[in-house]
Design a protein around this ligand. Structure first.
Ligand code: GDP
Length: 304
């Protein structure tokens, strides 16, 4: 799917709400701003980020004295683009990785059902397409299905996977994976972890242990801690981002399932509130349906 198609539900919904927000109006006044606030909040941008955007537009109204409602779309686009720019580091160009002798280690975290396995499979495919040697590690040993699903993706993409039995120590699987990856000269290792949030202390300890053990093989591992969030869950995704950023140092986000939802505004609020760059977005179930998040393209697709 193209980005435009992938985001079409969100776009349609935002567009419809925006048209309603300005109906019968020619200039942006307090009432229009109130309506706009509601549009953004109901589009899952989140309250804090919405207020920030509204304040910026208010400042522009004050400064320019007059803003026509026909300009609102363009202004919203500019302000959201500026906000995303402030909060994200630079967009990555492609599925390339830093040059290094040791494998680049990506540890993937997130609760079950958000699309963690699928995203790992898609990442593996993309890195392989980019000429990288990939190894997967099935360190979500809590559920047999998680190991099997990852195995299916490994076969589909045709990359090696390191696994042990269900119930084995996740840190031990991670250790084996890194050892094997290093021995075979792999460029990138993607480690799946269990996503149990019900016990924060357990989660923290488990992730810390996996990290520590991985560092025995690759001293600076993990090079990326990628949190997967289901974009279609709106406020739940905010809550999960909060819990995981408290439990471990998350360095990048992937937002999945944006194709099936009108809640794509969640990308804007989450990147603003957690100051962690959104790196990937999922817009479908197939391997090709993971895209690198590019701020400008994203905003253009929503407000074109
Ligand atoms: P996990 O439990 O977090 O590992 O979740 P899975 O990777 O098994 O995904 C759960 C479901 O979401 C599966 O049916 C996937 O095909 C689906 N899924 C994952 N990512 C996307 C996406 O970007 N778009 C859509 N439409 N479905 C997705």
């Amino acid at each position: 799917e193209s980005l435009e198609q992938g985001l079409s539900k969100t776009k349609e919904s935002v567009f419809k709400k925006l048209s309603r927000a300005v109906v019968g109006k020619s200039k942006v006044d307090d009432e229009v701003l109130d309506n706009l606030e509601e549009v953004l909040i109901t589009s899952d941008v989140g309250v804090d980020t919405t207020l920030k955007i509204i304040r910026r537009i208010e400042e522009r109204v004050d400064r320019d004295k007059y803003l026509g409602v026909d300009e609102l779309n363009g202004i919203l686009k500019e302000e959201i683009a500026a906000l995303l720019e402030e909060n994200n580091t630079e967009d990555v160009a492609d599925f390339d990785l830093p040059q290094r002798t040791e494998p680049y280690v990506i540890m993937v975290v997130g609760v079950n059902g958000v699309g963690k396995t699928t995203t790992i499979g898609k990442l593996a495919w993309n890195f392989k397409q980019a000429g990288k040697k990939v190894v997967l590690g099935a360190a979500d040993t809590f559920r047999a299905a998680a190991i099997d699903q990852l195995q299916i993706w490994a076969e589909r993409v045709d990359v090696p996977i390191v696994r042990q039995n269900m119930g084995s120590d996740p840190a031990s699987v991670a250790y084996d994976t890194l050892t094997s990856a290093k021995a075979s000269g792999a460029d990138v290792v993607i480690i799946d972890t269990a996503g149990r949030l019900h016990n924060k202390i357990n989660l923290m300890n488990e992730l810390a242990k996996i990290k520590k053990v991985m560092q025995k093989v690759v001293p600076d591992a993990p090079n990326e801690v990628l949190l997967i969030l289901d974009g279609s869950t709106g406020q739940n995704a905010f809550e999960q981002a909060k819990q995981f950023t408290l439990a471990t140092e998350v360095t990048a986000l992937a937002l999945t399932k944006l194709d099936g939802t009108a809640k794509g505004g969640v990308v804007i609020g989450i990147s603003d509130q957690f100051k962690v760059p959104v790196k990937y977005i999922g817009i479908g179930e197939k391997m090709e349906d993971l895209q690198i998040f590019r701020r400008k393209e994203f905003v253009d697709s929503l407000f074109s």
